[in-house]
Ligand binder design. Structure first.
Ligand SMILES: C[S@@+](CC[C@H](N)C(=O)[O-])C[C@H]1O[C@@H](n2cnc3c(N)ncnc32)[C@H](O)[C@@H]1O
Length: 318
């Protein structure tokens, strides 16, 4: 299996262009907080020959595959198994404090989607697992078996933005009274049967429920909400961060954290801004950038992407 055939990195040239000014110097350190199969990382190591990479992922399979792919770069690469909100400890473990560029390419990897037995894809029957780190934590089957109807409805609403959340939660609770729901195919059948005919034309009935379960199982939004501010603190002056999000909940969260980071902390009503209140970061792109039509046509994964980026413009107050 060649990782290059499975996954095409999204908005790669744009990421290189945005992070490049911070990375094109001797001693520059780049953190790929979502290493995956190492597609982005490989391109960064090739483009910037003096660059040192610290790659993080919570998925041991991804670390193994990326490790093989990046082996030619030798000691320019450090890989750490961690959830990205553990970035402080991860950097500590390789003896690094400040870094020059950070990339978050969120969500599941093509590898995870393609590995049928991990249960991420509603299109193929598999055990209902959905853990990105298969060595720890509850599975999607555990969530479906143990959450109350109200809890299920809330996660479908909140993480799936699913209009039929209540109906689906009810159907799951009724079905599991008859038999445990252990496979993705069973869940898809239950959801399909619970979907009114008219709603079946507006996309696959299981899409949003599967997204919600994946976010719940991996505590994705909580990890992201903690990770981005923590990562920003590690950027040197002139250091840059790019985040690629693939669904609106993530993008809204990133937008909010970046808005806080670029805001002045001046008390309202002060006639002049004191230097210690000046913003510590600036936005590098207006709003959220999308992939162009060519990239979307060539790489369907790029269709929903939203890119946001910031640069550190002031040191933290002493
Ligand atoms: C979209 S893929 C990255 C693909 C990569 N940029 C490439 O070009 O090959 C996202 C990766 O982030 C990892 N990931 C998702 N959430 C994570 C988290 N909270 N902590 C650490 N890794 C995470 C997933 O395991 C997955 O391998």
């Amino acid at each position: 299996m060649n990782p290059r055939d499975i996954h095409t990195p999204v908005l790669l040239e744009r990421c290189l262009e945005l992070l490049g000014p911070a990375l094109d110097a001797p001693g520059a350190i780049f953190v790929d907080a979502t290493l995956g199969m190492g597609g982005h990382s490989e391109a960064f190591l090739e483009r910037f020959p003096a660059l040192h990479l610290i790659g993080l992922d919570r998925d041991r399979d991804a670390l193994r595959i990326a490790g093989e792919r990046l082996a030619p770069f030798g000691d320019r690469v450090d890989l750490v198994h961690t959830v990205y909100d553990g970035i402080d400890a991860a950097l500590d473990s390789v003896g690094v404090g400040a870094v020059h560029g950070i990339l978050f390419d969120l969500g599941v990897s093509s590898l995870q989607l393609d590995e049928v037995d991990r249960g991420f894809a509603y299109s193929r029957d598999a055990p209902l697992d959905m853990r990105m780190d298969q060595s720890t934590g509850v599975t999607a089957a555990d969530v479906v078996a143990t959450f109350s109807e109200g809890q299920l409805r809330r996660i479908f609403e909140r993480y799936g933005e699913e209009k039929l959340a209540g109906r689906y939660a009810r159907a799951i609770v009724a079905a599991r009274a008859d038999a445990p729901i252990e496979r993705s195919g069973q869940l898809v059948d239950i959801l399909t049967r619970a979907t009114p005919y008219a709603a079946q034309r507006t996309g696959h009935p299981a899409k949003r429920v599967f997204q919600a379960l994946r976010i719940e199982v991996n505590a994705e939004l909580a990890a992201l909400e903690a990770a981005i501010p923590a990562a920003l603190e590690h950027l040197v002056l002139g250091g840059r961060m790019v985040v690629l999000s693939y669904q609106s909940l993530e993008d809204r969260l990133v937008k909010r954290v970046f808005a806080d980071a670029v805001a002045s902390t001046s008390p309202r009503g002060l006639p002049v801004e004191l230097p210690e209140h000046a913003p510590r970061f600036r936005l590098l792109v207006r709003g959220a950038e999308q992939a162009d039509a060519d990239e979307k046509a060539q790489n369907p994964r790029a269709t929903p992407v939203r890119l946001r980026a910031v640069e550190r413009v002031r040191e933290a107050a002493a």
